[in-house]
Design a protein around this ligand. Structure first.
Ligand SMILES: [Zn+2]
Length: 349
């Protein structure tokens, strides 16, 4: 069972569906049930609602879930819904979450425990301790600390962690993140001979493509505003970047573009103007979403054995924000797969 918080447009869901399709080839009947998402952004809620099927409850506000009754108001079913409906077989319940990173990110406010979003952290860890989940997977920026999770969760949880970037898996985009698998040792145990970092090391691949490969759509060259044109000319003289982010001034210390190994820079919610000098246009928001391996076309959905993101009439600004907040599907997928293979339920005595 998969339940997510800070769900965005459902990167963990998309990964789990791909894994299920692969797993069913050698273990028919093995599957994942997507039970609920928790997401405050209305545009994301709409995409979740259209994409992942009727069973998934959508809780719009994490602070309004009543953990003592294990239920909250569900936007999809328009009523109070159980947090985890029923129990499926003897599978441990998994909860995948990415608590807000803005107070921890190097690009963000860096206020950590003093930051305004820390209360949201507190209530989410409180919720987690009261929940019936045996396994929790947390994704956050690399600056986030395992020590903080240990402190918040307390002695009844074990955890392992790994820092991973899509480039480790051969993808030409940057997004280094910390992934932590937490579990209750009274309910589940690590039963496999491999550790998380070994599992990830089996998947390492060399990057063969470049940022250019994400500009796959056949689109006309962009008409630039005079200020964008002048900024682009500065970047051309500067010659560091073939894919400058025109939202950042070339002369500014935040000037950015592709990484030194020619990969797409880490997308942020403000990355709507990553410009390809060769293509003469900006990265399209759909291309930005698909850089996380979120399928935005039928072909991409077929190739990844997952479901196509139903973007509907979502605005381009909202799509850029979604891409800036999203997880790399292959990275979270690797961690989900490792947890599913590594952990087993302890049989009751
Ligand atoms: Zn519901």
């Amino acid at each position: 069972m998969l339940s997510t918080s800070f769900s965005g447009v459902g990167c963990a869901e998309s990964a789990a569906i791909s894994i299920q399709a692969a797993a069913q080839r050698f273990a028919p009947g093995c599957g994942v049930v997507i039970t609920s998402a928790c997401e405050i952004d209305p545009a994301c809620q709409k995409v979740l609602q259209e994409t992942y099927g009727d069973q998934q409850c959508i809780f719009p506000d994490i602070t309004k879930i009543d953990m003592s009754k294990q239920r909250g108001f569900c936007k999809r079913h328009n009523r109070m819904c159980e947090l985890q409906p029923g129990n499926f077989g003897d599978m441990p319940q998994e909860f995948h979450r990415g608590p807000v990173c803005v107070d921890y990110s190097l690009m963000g406010r860096q206020m950590k425990e003093r930051g305004p979003s820390y209360q949201c952290h507190k209530s989410y860890f409180e919720n987690m301790k009261k929940s019936k989940n045996s396994i929790v997977i947390i994704e956050n920026v690399c600056e986030y600390s395992e020590g903080l999770i240990r402190r918040e969760l307390g002695a009844h949880w074990d955890l392992v962690s790994v820092r991973m970037d899509p480039r480790n898996l051969g993808l030409p985009c940057c997004r280094s993140r910390l992934f932590v698998i937490c579990w209750k040792p009274k309910e589940v145990r690590w039963a496999s001979p491999f550790r998380l970092e070994c599992f990830v090391s089996y998947l390492l691949a060399q990057v063969a493509m470049t940022a250019s490969d994400y500009f796959y759509k056949d689109l006309p060259r962009a008409k630039l505003t005079p200020s964008a044109e002048s900024n682009l000319n500065d970047y051309k003289r500067d010659t560091r970047f073939q894919f400058p982010d025109l939202n950042q001034l070339c002369g500014n210390k935040r000037a950015r573009g592709e990484s030194r190994d020619n990969c797409l820079p880490t997308l942020t919610t403000n990355s709507g103007r990553i410009f390809s000098q060769a293509h003469g246009r900006y990265l399209d928001p759909e291309e930005a979403l698909s850089s996380h391996c979120l399928p935005v076309t039928r072909k991409q959905a077929r190739d990844s054995s997952s479901v196509m993101l139903r973007l509907g009439d979502t605005s381009r600004t909202a799509q850029t924000r979604m891409a800036g907040n999203a997880m790399s599907v292959p990275c979270i997928g690797a961690v989900i797969m490792c947890a599913a293979l590594g952990l087993e339920k302890i049989p009751p005595k």
